[in-house]
Design a protein around this ligand. Structure first.
Ligand SMILES: Cc1cc2nc3c(=O)[nH]c(=O)nc-3n(C[C@H](O)[C@H](O)[C@H](O)COP(=O)(O)OP(=O)(O)OC[C@H]3O[C@@H](n4cnc5c(N)ncnc54)[C@H](O)[C@@H]3O)c2cc1C
Ligand code: FES
Length: 249
């Protein structure tokens, strides 16, 4: 797809919030929360597309939340409204969402791993699922991100430096241990491992969304392989979302 940037917000943390539409005016394809797109950043010297989660999707727009950390994502800072991007997707398998109304689901995001959880929170709330988010960051996150979640569901913030919300790790937050029917996590691997270990010890099922390095995004290059109970699988095709009991962590 060729997508046109409708708006680019430079958030105080340096993160980018991109709002895109189809350059030819057509509707955005259906996308499930937890799926991702591969973005071609032609203005960087990077040849390979980069995987970016679906932050939100409407019939007319796709939203992405990007932490500029490397060559491609930093080059995105130079894009403005009216510019276009090559985007492939949606790709991969998203989060489970077939919960009964009234079930309690906890979404845990670490850093830019919060990105796929907004669309998921919106879908769960629409289904009558009691949804709570715990968002862990090194330092105070962008208020715009918190405010947006807060319009949809309960959100708690944890920071490593105590500059906002609860001072400590997401797994130490008092709400983390409260009884839930399911937990869905996206963030740095050590955080996801800690969440999985804690939840499993309490008999709570859940899923994690892996952010392995990717190249083709289509299951062809094998650079994103993860060891699972079924053997080595491509995260881009079989994931990025995996149930706790599928992983060998
Ligand atoms: C499914 C999925 C969804 C994602 N969603 C988002 C999102 O919504 N928002 C977002 O900001 N990011 C997201 N990411 C992460 C993003 O795709 C990566 O950080 C990407 O590499 C950034 O590209 P870059 O060119 O800017 O940085 P790169 O140049 O790729 O560098 C990124 C970091 O990785 C290190 N690195 C580079 N190559 C390797 C390698 N081969 N092995 C190990 N480390 C390496 C670099 O040193 C640097 O610290 C997602 C990743 C996946 C897999
Ligand atoms: S990124 Fe190429 S196989 Fe997954």
């Amino acid at each position: 797809m060729i997508l046109r940037l409708e708006r680019v917000e430079h958030l105080p943390s340096g993160w980018l919030w991109l709002i895109l539409s189809q350059a030819d005016g057509s509707l955005m394809p259906m996308m499930n929360p937890g799926q991702f797109v591969e973005v071609g950043v032609d203005r960087s010297e990077v040849l390979l597309n980069r995987p970016i989660s679906i932050y939100n999707r409407t019939d007319r727009t796709l939203e992405l939340l990007v932490a500029p950390i490397g060559r491609a994502t930093k080059a995105l800072r130079d894009y403005e409204a009216g510019d276009t991007l090559r985007v492939i997707g949606p790709l991969g398998q998203g989060f489970r969402s077939d919960f009964a109304p009234g079930s309690k689901v906890l979404l845990v995001g670490g850093g830019v791993g919060i990105a796929p959880l907004y669309y998921q929170a919106c879908e769960l709330v629409k289904k009558g699922v009691e949804t709570e988010v715990i968002f862990g960051m090194r330092t105070a996150p962008d208020q715009a991100i918190i405010d947006r979640f807060a319009e949809v569901c309960d959100i708690k913030v944890c920071t490593d430096d105590g500059s906002a919300g609860f001072h400590g790790l997401v797994t130490a937050h008092p709400d983390f241990g409260k009884a839930k029917d399911y937990i869905q996590v996206c963030g740095p691997k050590p955080m996801m491992k800690a969440c999985l270990k804690d939840a499993v010890s309490r008999g709570t099922e859940g899923e994690v969304s892996l952010e392995n390095m990717m190249a083709c995004g289509l299951g062809a290059c094998l650079c994103c392989v993860e060891k699972t109970v079924k053997g080595n699988v491509c995260v881009c095709k079989e994931g990025p979302v995996f149930k706790f009991d599928q992983l060998t962590w």
